[in-house]
Write a protein that binds this ligand. Structure first.
Ligand code: ZN
Length: 291
């Protein structure tokens, strides 16, 4: 297996705020001076605009590193790459700008360390777990009990490898759909793993005990970064793409709701009750990168 992708490496030093601000100003100035049509890249990148991205994102009231760039590209035709992990042309440009934002954003502050998943997802513990930030350039977290954002910190621990898979998929999703809602992530594991049953609120989880499981809410057709309340609110196309991306990222299992119509390889993608508003991804234990 190839080594973990270096984009979220622990060696990335946090940068001073003023430098980040200057960089953002420089990027915005460059965008104003060079509209996307003039940016280098193949001329054949136009495609139909994404149907869910016509309006500015309603939940992004706060300044967001990628917001300006998203708005910059929203009026222009965008290239959609359903099921493709190899961005080209304008998507590659968007990915470059987004990655620059990630390296200045909350993702850059993740305190990476090598974690160990002990035991089984249904009966296990997490050693040296890594905390997923409350929100980032690529994702938001939601508390499944209160349905509020962000999720509480003690519900956001996973192995380093799980976090890398989540961030890699979030990054692919954002690159393929600039301006779309960020990935909405729910529970991972507790700081040291162990039981995560109903005594911790809501229905609880039977698994989520050793840092290998994560819940990700399906993207909504209205673009809100919230838990969908009905299957009809789910953007089926984006949700299927997410399932496909987790499969390609090497997930051991992706559980989806029986009413979602989502599918994938029979040994990986399985329907499970109570998963009509989110998918549950489980990665394999081990030291690989999951790819
Ligand atoms: Zn779950």
């Amino acid at each position: 297996m190839p080594p973990p992708r270096p984009r979220f490496a622990a060696t990335q030093p946090p940068r001073p705020r003023f430098a980040a601000r200057h960089l953002l100003v420089a990027v915005l100035a460059a965008l104003l001076l060079y509209p996307p049509d003039l940016l280098p890249g193949p001329a054949t990148t136009s495609a139909a605009p994404h149907p869910t991205r016509a309006a500015p994102h309603p939940t992004r009231a706060a300044p967001h590193p990628t917001q300006a760039e998203s708005h910059r590209t929203q009026g222009a035709p965008q290239r959609d790459l359903p099921g493709s992990g190899a961005p080209t042309g304008r998507v590659a440009q968007a990915e470059k700008r987004m990655l620059a934002a990630v390296h200045r954003g909350p993702e850059a502050a993740i305190r990476w360390r090598r974690s160990r998943a002990l035991g089984k997802p249904n009966h296990g513990r997490l050693l040296a777990g890594v905390e997923l930030p409350a929100a980032g350039t690529l994702f938001v977290t939601v508390d499944p009990v209160t349905r509020a954002s962000p999720n509480r910190a003690w519900r956001r621990y996973g192995t380093d490898r799980l976090l890398r898979v989540l961030l890699a998929v979030a990054e692919e999703h954002a690159a393929a759909h600039p301006g779309a809602a960020r990935l909405v992530i729910g529970d991972l594991s507790r700081p040291h793993g162990g039981r995560f049953g109903p005594e911790y609120g809501g229905d609880g989880h039977r698994s989520h005990q050793n840092g290998l499981d994560a819940d990700v809410y399906y993207p909504r057709r209205d673009g809100l970064e919230r838990i969908p309340r009905r299957v009809g609110q789910i953007d089926r196309r984006l949700a299927q793409e997410l399932v496909d991306r987790f499969v390609r990222a090497g997930a051991q299992y992706v559980f989806v709701g029986p009413r979602t119509g989502l599918r994938g390889p029979a040994k990986v993608v399985m329907t499970l009750a109570n998963h009509d508003d989110h998918l549950h991804v489980r990665i394999r234990p081990g030291a690989g990168s999951g790819r």
